[in-house]
Design a protein. Structure first.
Length: 203
């Protein structure tokens, strides 16, 4: 059995980077989660003909054993039929809510609430991409460190620039970072629904 705690500890940072999430945790359901196998009649009829109804009935009773290459559906007399993965679907009772995905024996639930902190971080990443595009447009060498001057009339954008100054400096190789009249080899305007930031970069 996979040790999820060990897996998240070892590969958590990679997973967060790949799927662009802030946190990963093992969630605990408030109630029991029951895994149910539902044989598909349209698939079974071509294989089992008259036995299809009995197979479906036994599946509904829970007379199912999971096997390596599918499931075994059995009756009280000990007779059984093997079903391939395409012959049935798996559902989970007790697993409620949106943003839930099931793959095999793994259940993934995502919390898509955008908190103020996450919103600011998202804006900071947008600004970082914008600054790196400015560097590219100005033909700055990849390794060159530059100076940034900026100004904005929007208080939220100003807060982002201040709180994420270290992040932006690291991501865009900025050696000095200050609020003031934008100037340099390239001056450009970042814009989103909050407002605008005039920014200048120079070597």
């Amino acid at each position: 059995m996979i040790n999820l705690e060990a897996l998240l500890e070892k590969y958590g940072d990679i997973l967060k980077e790949e799927v662009n999430v802030k946190e990963l945790w093992i969630f605990v359901s408030e109630g029991p989660i029951v895994k149910i196998y539902k044989p598909l009649g349209n698939q079974l009829s071509a294989k089992f003909w008259k036995d299809t109804g009995q197979i479906i009935a036994n599946g509904k009773k829970g007379n199912v054993r999971e096997q390596e290459n599918g499931i075994e559906v059995f009756n009280e007399q000990g007779q059984s039929r093997m079903l391939a993965p395409e012959d049935y679907e798996v559902v989970y009772e007790g697993l409620e809510g949106d943003n839930v995905t099931v793959e095999g024996n793994t259940i993934v639930k995502m919390d898509l609430e955008i908190t103020p902190e996450l919103e600011k971080e998202g804006i900071a990443r947008e600004i970082s991409r914008f600054l790196n595009q400015m560097r590219k447009d100005a033909n700055f060498p990849v390794e060159a460190r530059v100076s940034l001057t900026y100004q904005t009339q929007d208080s939220e954008l100003k807060t982002v620039m201040q709180e994420f100054s270290s992040f932006l400096q690291e991501e865009a190789l900025i050696q000095s970072f200050e609020e003031g009249n934008p100037e340099g080899e390239i001056v450009s305007t970042f814009e989103n629904e909050k407002g605008t930031i005039e920014m200048g970069l120079k070597r």
